[in-house]
Design a protein around this ligand. Sequence first.
Ligand code: ASP
Ligand code: MG
Length: 329
Amino acid sequence: MKPVVKIGGSLLRTAEDFIKAAKFLTSFDPPVVVVSAIKGVTDMLLELEKTRSYLMYEEVLHRHLAVARLLGVEEEVAPLLKELEAALRLPRSEWAQDHFASFGERLSATILHAVLRRLGAEAKLFTAPIVTDSAFGNATPLRLEYKEEIATPGVTAVVTGFIGRDREGRFTTVGRGGSDYTATYVGKEIGARKVALVTDAPGVMTADPREVEDAAVLPLLSIQEAIEAAKAGAKNFHPRTFLPVLETGNMAVEVRSYHSRGTLIANIYPPPPYKIVTRCGQSSCVVGLSAYELTKLGGTPLGRYSAKINIPPRQVHEFLIKPYIKYIK
Ligand code: ASP
Ligand code: MG
């Protein structure tokens, strides 16, 4: 089965970035590519929906035209930019936010698809093939359309992340940061064995490196730990990212950058006992197979593999996680 590869928005800022992404993708057997919006664009679109400011529209327009011109794919994005301009006149309604947000992924996926074809790859674009319920802003996927076409070997299927359509055909979104979730959902639906979530970070880290200097990349993580890490706010994962992985039982997720080996998340129970610390207000949330043991030190359990403890993240890292780091590298 084809692998699923998700390209994060942090890797899509410039025209050159799109070429880099396309070249990376053509180094695989033709995968299913799930694409995020260009970095910062979703925020701009949501702001645009609120303000309906023509100046802001022009900012979004220029951001994409600048990239598309350099890549010679202006013609492909022009109709979407026209459609966005027309959307400025839509009445305000519960679905307008998601309608505006949908342009981010529709534009980036259109650009990446066009670039892949320019590079000679056989590629097909699928815009919002996921049917969801109508919970705008936090929709739940119900089914994947065009499943066979998306899974067809030999063709790179380019799929928009983050967005879907409800049964009435209106655009929906699965929640901020939801492209990872789209990727694991698509992976589950087509029976993929591997989903690679590619971002500008080398993998899932033991702590936020901005807060803990000696944070390290974890080579392995169990699915259960990943689910609880997402809930604890690790790496800004959408909280439902790893649920489809649990539902299949035989799909692995790789969190990586273009160059790193990354973190493998699978149906395994690897060491070390304490893996990740995130900041939870004034306290720490700790994730790991032994996190429950922290209740003996006054911690509160958050799940089977996570607990909250009233010690700052730096100290948790120093005393519970760091002593094991040298063994996992
Ligand atoms: N573009 C969406 C967001 O910014 C989804 C994603 O990037 O995962 O939230
Ligand atoms: Mg993200």
